[in-house]
Design a protein around this ligand. Structure first.
Ligand code: ZN
Length: 202
């Protein structure tokens, strides 16, 4: 099922994800829907917060990108396509090495992109959709996507990692998006409720 993607300005994007203790049918269904949603939007990664679920769960698929990636399992280079799509549950990122700048977009920030610094290479430990442990090292786009999605799982957004000049230049667009998102929230989700907003406007 294709799910609506939560946009910048919605409070769920700032929530830290809850640990998933077991891969239940509900978690499987959510991961499937997230994969479908990501594909429908031509994305390379999606975090559970982006479909309104504050859980430690991300999906990704970098096989169609022209940007290079590498994946090593037990110190052996493996074929990335054979391991895509990937569902990572309760991921833990370790041993970041190097630093590189790269272009990033985010499905929660339509039409907004920026250069972001990330570690070149990371080690990842997670659980897969079969409930089995999964550990690997990766570089390139794959490492970048996992770092971007892992930020979402902890309520961190790519705007938080933009340099101040970029943030200033995108300021108007970010404010507009935030306002649009908040205008669509039900009154109870708005800070202060609709009454306060109305009285401020008038
Ligand atoms: Zn994102």
């Amino acid at each position: 099922m294709i799910l609506p993607i939560i946009k910048y300005g919605h409070p769920v994007l700032r929530q830290r994800g809850k640990r998933i203790e077991a891969v239940t049918p509900e978690i499987r269904a959510l991961a499937d829907s997230m994969l479908e949603t990501m594909r429908a939007s031509a994305g390379v990664g999606l975090a559970a917060q982006q479909v309104g679920q504050p859980l430690l769960l991300m999906v990704l698929d970098v096989r169609d990108s022209e940007r290079p990636s590498s994946l090593q399992i037990k110190d052996t280079e493996v074929d990335i396509a054979a391991h895509m799509p990937m569902v990572l549950i309760n991921p833990v990122l370790n041993e970041p090495t190097g630093k590189e700048v790269g272009y990033e977009g985010c499905l929660s920030f339509p039409a907004i992109s920026a250069d972001i610094y990330r570690a070149e290479s990371i080690h990842v430990s997670a659980m897969n959709l079969e409930g089995k442990p999964l550990t690997f090292r990766c570089t390139g786009l794959l490492a970048r996507v996992i770092q971007h999605e892992n930020d979402h799982l902890h309520g961190v957004l790519f705007v938080d990692r933009m340099d101040s000049a970029t943030k200033v230049s995108l300021g108007g667009a970010l404010k507009r998006l935030q306002k649009e998102t908040q205008a669509d929230l039900p009154p109870t989700r708005k800070r202060g409720g609709r009454g306060l907003l109305t009285s401020r406007q008038t």
